[in-house]
Write a protein that binds this ligand. Structure first.
Ligand code: RIB
Ligand code: CA
Length: 306
């Protein structure tokens, strides 16, 4: 079976970590490159976390480049309340060699898209790097098969009433991506906040005797505690793997075609994803999730990380 060429742009981040695990262990995907964004933590910390995770998944030879340290125009926002000071609190990695591509993140995206056919670019953090790539080399639009993002919401936000974190951090970058003409697939809070790391999920993962499952259980305990404290949720939503699962198992999410616009105003609505039906569409928006099947995908890939 032909694997789908993908790039993952991420801000690990507890949930990003398992999006990356799925990329590394799915036989349906060909992970060409990883780039990091500043979001859950500073760019230095998200990049170190991505380096640790690639080594842990025995994929240290996949090109990894550090992305932009700040949004296009606005001040950086981080989220230590959820992800901790390191950005991935809860697991002590061995001391791995720090192996980074010499290019800027956006340049690695440009070069990887130009050197491969039909590349899907997946973003699970603020969209700054992809926006920079499109600004520096608009011609890459013809080689990008699809942009798949965790971000936005058809309903309320999480960081403000209106806005979800990844879009709020860099609304201008999101606007560049959503007006690029490249087909988009959006997995927003309206579905990802239904995917909770409950005690039952942790108990099931605890029975899987692999390194990947051990990583999951240890990281999710911290993630859940912080989500309860900061958001008052019963358990943490495992947002980011939704992007990957939407590509490897078509039965999990239901999408509808919508026109999605980004509010880049300086009002309380900034960062809102304005999702409209019956308009010329630019985005496939996830509106339903098969939660049981989502977790089946997660557990299957935790089993593979021996
Ligand atoms: O709002 C949730 C999103 O913001 C997730 O991608 C999480 O990792 C943070 O980046
Ligand atoms: Ca993320």
């Amino acid at each position: 079976m032909k694997r789908r060429n993908i790039i993952l742009d991420c801000d690990p981040g507890h949930d990003d970590a398992f999006a990356l695990l799925l990329c590394c262990y799915s036989e349906k995907l060909n992970l060409l490159a990883v780039t990091t964004s500043a979001g859950n933590q500073t760019i230095e910390k998200t990049t170190k976390n991505a380096n640790n995770l690639l080594h842990f998944f025995n994929k240290e030879n996949i090109p990894l480049a550090k992305g932009s340290s700040s949004p296009l125009k606005r001040k950086i926002l981080t989220c230590p309340e959820i992800h901790g000071e390191s950005g991935l609190d809860g697991f002590n990695f061995p001391l791995y060699e720090e192996k980074y591509d010499s290019k800027e993140g956006y340049q690695l995206i440009i070069d990887t898209v130009k050197n491969n056919k039909d590349v899907t670019v997946i973003t699970t953090g603020p969209m700054t790097n992809l926006a920079l790539a499109l600004l520096h080399a608009p011609e890459i639009k013809n080689n990008i098969k699809e942009i798949v993002l965790m971000g936005g919401s058809t309903k309320e936000g999480n960081m403000t009433k209106e806005a979800e974190f990844n879009i709020l951090v860099d609304p201008e970058a999101a606007d560049i991506c959503f007006t690029s003409g490249v087909p988009l697939r959006m997995l927003g809070l309206n579905v990802t906040r239904q995917i909770l790391v409950t005690d039952e999920v942790i108990a099931k993962a605890s029975k899987i005797e692999t390194r990947g499952a051990d990583l999951f259980v240890k990281l999710m305990k911290v993630f859940n505690d912080n989500q309860r404290k900061f958001f008052g949720l019963s358990a943490g939503p495992l947002h980011d793997p939704a992007t990957i699962i939407s590509l490897i198992d078509e039965e999990v999410f239901t999408f509808i075609d919508m026109q999605v616009k980004i509010d880049t105003s300086d009002t309380e609505k900034v960062g809102k994803t304005i999702c409209l039906k019956d308009k010329p569409y630019n985005t496939k928006v996830a509106v339903n999730v098969n939660i049981e099947r989502y977790w089946e995908n997660i557990f299957e890939h935790l089993r593979r990380c021996k």
